[in-house]
Design a protein around this ligand. Structure first.
Ligand code: SF4
Length: 434
C-alpha cells in the first residue's frame, strides 16, 4: 500500500470513527421525531421507486395525495408495464414533469422483460433504467433493499454542506464529489452483525433532519441533535452556508393556445366540439392532450395591433392546413380571451388563449389591446434556438388530433395549464349555450 493510499484509508477510518457518535445521536432523534410518510410503511423497492420519482420536483405534501391512488391503480411493475400510457398520465395529472411518468412506464416494461417484474438490487442495473439516476438508485437501494447506498438530495446537500462548512457552491463537481463521499461515510460498513434496517434509517434520518431542523433559512441549531459535530454552527456561519451561485433571472415568454371549434373550420358535427391535439412524445408534456399551442411568438417589436406576432399565426396556419387538413384560408387570431401565468424551466410564461378570428369580430371594431398591454409592459424576448425547452415541437404540433365534446374534455390527461384551458372553455361554452 502506498503512503498516499494508507493516509487516505486512515482518513476514512478516522471519519467513520468520528461519525459513529453523531450517527447514534441522529438515530435517537429519528426514532422520536422522524416523519411518518405513506411510502415508509412497507418500503418495498417498487413503492420506494414510485415515491422517489414522484418526489422529484414535487413537495411531499402534494405527493402524499397521489401516492396511494397510484399504487392502487398500478400496484406493481407488471401492472404499470401493462397500463395504457394515457391512464398513467391521467393518474399523474397535476404532478407535473410528465416525462417522469412516461419514463417509469418504460422502465417497468424493462423490469418485466429482464427482471421478472422485480426491480434489480444492483446500482448499475437500476441506473440503466429510464428515469433512474444516481439519487433515485441510492434511494431504492437503501430504502427499498436496505443496502449501503448514499443519497444526496436538496435536504441532505444543505445539511452535509453545513456540517462540513463547505465553501464551494454545492452544485459544482468538486463539491458534489465531497458531498457524495460524506453521505457514504454516514453509512456503517457492511457487516453481518449490522442492525437490520440501518441504511434505510440513517438515510431517512439525514433527510428528515435536513428538512425539519437544518432548514434553508432558519436552521434550528439549538435543538439539532448533531450540533456539536457541525462546523458551520461552530463558526457561527450556519445562515450563510451553503452558498449557491445566484440564479439567472427567468426569461419572460409568450405562448399562444388556440381554441378551435368545428364551427370555426366549417366542419360538420357539433359546432362546439373542440380541437384537441396529443403532444408529440419528444416535446414538453409529450403524450398529454392540449389545445394547439405555439411558442416563440416573437420579439416585442413584432407584436401586431392584435398582440400576435406573425410567427404564431404562421405556425397556426401551417398546422391547420397540413396537419388538420383545413381548407387554405386567411386565418386570423382573435383577441386574447384570457391569460395564465406559469413557469417552464427557466421561462416565466404568459399563456394566452385566443380563438380564430372571424370576419364579424373585425367588423365590430373590437378593442385592439395588445398582449404587451395585458402584461404590464413586460418585455417578451425572442427565444434563442439553443434555449428552447421544447424545440422539437417545431417539427410537429401534434402526434394525433381529434374533435372532443366540451363535457368530455376532462377525460383526457392534460398538463396543469392544459386543464385550466379546458375548464375555461367548458365554462364559456356552457354560458354561451344558456
Ligand atoms: S447545527 Fe445547525 S447548521 Fe449544523 S446541522 Fe444542525 S441545524 Fe444544521
Amino acid at each position: 500500500m502506498t503512503k498516499r493510499t494508507l493516509e487516505s484509508a486512515r482518513d476514512q477510518a478516522q471519519r467513520e470513527w468520528e461519525l459513529e457518535p453523531a450517527r447514534r445521536a441522529l438515530l435517537k432523534w429519528f426514532d422520536r421525531y422522524g416523519r411518518a410518510l405513506p411510502w415508509r410503511d412497507d418500503p418495498n423497492p417498487y413503492r420506494v421507486w414510485v415515491s422517489e420519482i414522484m418526489l422529484q420536483q414535487t413537495t411531499t405534501q402534494t405527493v402524499a395525495g397521489y401516492f396511494d391512488r397510484f399504487l392502487t391503480q398500478f400496484p406493481n411493475a407488471s401492472a404499470l408495464a401493462r397500463a395504457d400510457e394515457a391512464d398513467v398520465l391521467k393518474a399523474w395529472q397535476g404532478l407535473g414533469y410528465y416525462r417522469r411518468a412516461r419514463a417509469m412506464r418504460d422502465a417497468a416494461k424493462i423490469v418485466v422483460e429482464r427482471y421478472n417484474g422485480e426491480l434489480p438490487g444492483a446500482r448499475e442495473e437500476l441506473e440503466a433504467l429510464p428515469g433512474i439516476g444516481r439519487y433515485a438508485a441510492g434511494a431504492i437501494l437503501s430504502f427499498g433493499f436496505d443496502r449501503r447506498a448514499p443519497i444526496l438530495e436538496a435536504n441532505t446537500t444543505r445539511l452535509h454542506a453545513r456540517l462540513l462548512a463547505l465553501e464551494d457552491d454545492p452544485t459544482v463537481a468538486r463539491a458534489q464529489a465531497i458531498l457524495w463521499r460524506f453521505a457514504e461515510a454516514w453509512l456503517p460498513r457492511e457487516s453481518p452483525r449490522r442492525a437490520k434496517g440501518v441504511y434505510r434509517r440513517v438515510n431517512s434520518a439525514l433527510t428528515d433532519l435536513g428538512r425539519m431542523v437544518c432548514a434553508p433559512n432558519h436552521p434550528q441549531c439549538e435543538t439539532c441533535p448533531i450540533a456539536e459535530y457541525c462546523r458551520a454552527y461552530d463558526a457561527g456561519r450556519q445562515y450563510e452556508l451553503p452558498r449557491y451561485k445566484p440564479k439567472r433571472a427567468p426569461t419572460p415568454r409568450l405562448d399562444v393556445a388556440i381554441w378551435i371549434t368545428r364551427a370555426d373550420l366549417g366542419v360538420s358535427g357539433d359546432p362546439n366540439d373542440v380541437l384537441l391535439v396529443k403532444r408529440p412524445k419528444e416535446a414538453l408534456w409529450g403524450g398529454l392532450w392540449d389545445l394547439p399551442r405555439f411558442v416563440d411568438v416573437g420579439a416585442q417589436g413584432e407584436a401586431t395591433a392584435l398582440g400576435w406576432s406573425a410567427k404564431a399565426l404562421d405556425q397556426a396556419q401551417a398546422f391547420l392546413e397540413t396537419e388538420i387538413g383545413a381548407a387554405p384560408r386567411n386565418y386570423r387570431l382573435g383577441p386574447v380571451i384570457t391569460t395564465f401565468k406559469h413557469a417552464v424551466t427557466r421561462f416565466r410564461v404568459t399563456l394566452a388563449l385566443c380563438r380564430l378570428a372571424d370576419s364579424n369580430w373585425y367588423a365590430t371594431g373590437a378593442s385592439e389591446r395588445t398582449l404587451f398591454d395585458l402584461n404590464n409592459n413586460e418585455r417578451f424576448d425572442q427565444i434563442g434556438r439553443e434555449d428552447r425547452s421544447d424545440k422539437k415541437t417545431d417539427a410537429r404540433v401534434a402526434e394525433e388530433w381529434r374533435w372532443v365534446k366540451c363535457e368530455e374534455l376532462e377525460k383526457y390527461p392534460m398538463s396543469t395549464t392544459g386543464r385550466k384551458l379546458a375548464e375555461f372553455i367548458k365554462r364559456e361554452t356552457q354560458v354561451e349555450k344558456k
